[in-house]
Design a protein around this ligand. Structure first.
Ligand SMILES: *Cc1c(COP(=O)(O)O)cnc(C)c1O
Length: 323
């Protein structure tokens, strides 16, 4: 068997990120609500993708890559963080972004530009088409003597998921130092890698904790996450081990990247009670769902961990409706 420490990993994350109890929210809802501040991973505007990139870009470096490709929506946090990490490592980034959503030079697109990334818009709804484009440019660059490395959507591969196995080792270690055991851990599910890593990391380091993932897009995440967990188990030479799957709740509203009034209310509640900014596309939606479940009495235990996965750039691009 292997551990996450047996894989090459670049120390990109300026961590450990803070984990602490939110006093005002805890008082309002009568539970101990803790937050893991992975919006403070220390690269770009911070966010969860940095943990995956520690493993993915270590592999890129090992292969001698000098240019990194990735993809996402026009306002992709993952694309921005890939560009930020590559800037730190001296690698060129080409971002193949879907020409959908907010494509003006603001939010993450502005940051991509500041980071020196090359942005290529692809006018399509299909990632198949985006990957075909990437393959063509990769071929061309290889003929010119370059070594391109492609990171798929969200960095959600088995290797990328190890970033959150390591992230949960960190979080549960902090909990132990604080003398708390979490009954529930709540995270966002967008492309699945974070949820897979949180699920496997919880299995390994805090097996009595239940994982709830809030999905912000309509994809078959049960299967996506199960496949990523199985892939990560294979990497750790633990294949076949039984891992309790997360409970996945969908909170998509009018669509991916489109916040509703209840999401604005959730973003405001966190800002006004705790001075922390959530984002309109991921964490705001997850927190809205979390509050709804809290009010319904879904959570059985006293101690709950909410993983703040970042996304601040979206606040400056995606309009929140009136709460
Ligand atoms: C990408 C992202 C997520 C979702 O993580 P996945 O690993 O893609 O499921 C959650 N929150 C923020 C802010 C993100 O950028």
């Amino acid at each position: 068997m292997k551990s996450v420490h047996d894989f090459p990993r670049l120390p990109l994350c300026v961590g450990p990120t803070p984990l602490y109890r939110l006093p005002n929210l805890s008082a309002r809802y009568g539970r101990n609500i803790y937050i893991k501040r992975d919006d403070m991973t220390g690269v770009g505007l911070g966010g969860n993708k940095v943990r995956k990139l520690e493993y993915l870009l270590a592999q890129a470096k090992a292969q001698g890559a000098d240019v990194v490709f990735t993809t996402g929506g026009a306002q992709s946090n993952h694309a921005m963080l890939t560009a930020a990490c590559c800037a730190k490592l001296g690698m060129k980034t080409v971002l193949f972004l879907k020409e959908r959503g907010v494509t003006e030079q603001k939010g993450n697109l502005l940051l991509d530009h500041l980071l020196g990334a090359e942005v290529r818009f692809v006018d399509t709804d299909s990632y198949e088409e985006v990957y075909a484009r990437m393959d063509r440019l990769a071929e061309k660059l290889r003929r010119e003597g370059h070594v391109p490395y492609t990171i798929p959507l969200g960095g959600s591969t088995a290797l990328g998921s190890l970033g959150y196995v390591a992230g949960m080792e960190e979080a549960y270690g902090q909990a132990k130092d604080l003398g708390v055991r979490f009954d529930h851990t709540v995270c966002v599910c967008g492309s699945g890698g974070t949820t897979a890593g949180v699920t496997l990391g919880t299995h390994l380091y805090s097996p009595d904790t239940r994982v709830l993932a809030v999905a912000v897009d309509n994809e078959p995440f049960d299967q996506v996450v199960a496949d990523l967990v199985a892939g990560a188990l294979r990497l750790l030479e633990r294949e076949g081990e039984t891992v309790t799957p997360p409970e996945i709740r969908f909170h998509v509203g009018a669509g991916y990247g489109i916040p509703g009034p209840e999401d604005t209310a959730a973003v405001e509640e966190m800002a006004r009670l705790e001075g922390i900014f959530l984002d309109p596309v991921y964490t705001g939606k997850a927190f809205a769902q979390f509050l709804e479940l809290l009010k319904e009495g879904y959570f059985t235990g006293e101690n709950i961990l909410f993983l703040h996965s970042g996304g601040a750039g979206g606040l400056f691009a995606v309009d929140l409706p009136e709460a």
